[in-house]
Design a protein around this ligand. Structure first.
Ligand code: IPM
Ligand code: MN
Length: 358
């Protein structure tokens, strides 16, 4: 049995998560995997109902789960409330409480979408990289944090053990990929980056077959647009990873396609990279594919079902190849809504599975 805590959140969150759950239920019916779902509130909707963005009940639900599937949080309605009640705080508290320090953000070009990218097709075709972002440390969490009218302080802290455990994930992961890691920092300026670089270099002696490169984050931002295919694993700290992953999404053509998995020693958190898109919420037009690809990551990392993960990813590619897409993607073919896209993916996934079983 697998206990999945479902946190739809705000904006388009509930719409896209519904399609992800639809797919999981369909797989469960077909293969008797044994998923049990429990839904809880997080973000603005929790502020509206409980007065806080991350209620005790929600914490209990996630701590009692094997994995969490989250939609998105936030929106203009809650932009002006006090900092401690901001929906984004809930997301940080969730990540911290689950101890999910390793955020995996795969960025892979999908053939039918290559024309949707603002970058030349020959630069995009074949991109296959992972941004491995440290998720529970750095400037997002450092103390002191301080603010008065004249002065504001944020603190960037990294401990050796925090760098070691994320670097370890990178090296292990690279063994089943192209054995190439680009560690991204700002070691010409930041002390925390100099420690980062030192730890990564020390660990690399345990992995003589893995090629390790160091890039300053500003340079990396440029190289990512110029030669994205050269990257395999980008290993970086919390805020640099946040920024680079939006950039990577943009070069592929749509942030609406990027999934993520966050892993720790005990828990796992799965969420699409995109935000709550309040401007299109409730209209049934949001792109559920990032969430559906996030479900593929859940199958890969929490269930160890590489076969099923691959099947879902293939279904997504097939459906796009047939020309079906949501309105956010600029390509020829037929525009469909959120639910219709979810149905198409379920149908295609089951078709591929049946084909494989025959
Ligand atoms: C992300 C988001 C979050 C982050 C925000 C919403 C807190 O931008 O997951 O990339 O900065 O980590
Ligand atoms: Mn971000």
């Amino acid at each position: 049995m697998f206990k999945i805590a479902v946190l739809p959140g705000d904006g388009i969150g509930p719409e896209v998560v519904e399609e992800g759950v639809k797919l999981l239920r369909a797989l469960d019916r077909e293969l008797n995997i044994g998923f049990v779902f429990e839904t809880a509130l997080i973000g603005g909707i929790a502020v509206d109902n409980y007065g806080i963005p991350f209620p005790e009940d929600t914490l209990k639900t996630v701590l009692n789960s094997d994995m969490v599937l989250l939609g998105a949080v936030g929106g203009p309605k809650w932009d002006n409330i006090e900092v401690s009640k901001r929906p984004e705080q809930a997301l940080l508290a969730l990540r911290k409480n689950l101890g999910v320090f390793a955020n995996i953000r795969p960025v892979k070009s999908i053939k039918p979408l290559i024309s949707a990218s603002p970058i030349k097709p020959e630069i995009i075709d074949g991109v296959d990289l992972i941004i491995l972002r440290e998720l529970t440390g750095g400037i997002y969490f450092g103390e002191p944090k301080y603010r008065d009218r004249e002065k504001a302080i944020d603190t960037l802290v990294y401990n050796r053990y925090e760098i070691e455990r994320i670097a370890r994930v990178a090296f292990k992961m690279s063994l089943s990929r192209r054995k190439k890691i680009t560690s991204v920092d700002k070691a010409n300026i930041l002390e925390s980056s100099r420690l980062w670089r030192e730890v990564v270099n020390e660990m690399s002696t345990d992995y003589p077959d893995v090629m390790i490169d160091h890039l300053y984050v500003d340079n990396c931002a440029m190289q990512l647009v110029r030669r994205p295919k050269d990257f395999d694993i980008i290993l970086t700290e919390n805020m640099f990873g946040d920024i680079l992953s939006d950039e990577a999404g943009a070069i592929l053509g749509s942030l609406g396609m990027l999934p993520s998995a966050s892993l720790g020693d005990k828990y796992a958190l799965y969420e699409p990279i995109h935000g709550s898109a309040p401007d299109i919420a409730g209209k049934g037009i949001a792109n559920p594919l990032a969430t559906i690809l996030t479900v593929a990551l859940l199958l890969r990392y929490s269930l160890n079902r590489e076969d099923l993960a691959g099947t879902v990813e293939k279904a997504v590619e097939e459906i796009l190849k047939e020309g079906y897409h949501t309105a956010d993607i600029k390509m020829d073919g037929k525009v469909v809504g959120t639910k219709e896209m979810g149905d198409l993916i379920v149908k295609k996934t089951l078709e591929i599975l049946e084909g494989d079983m025959r």
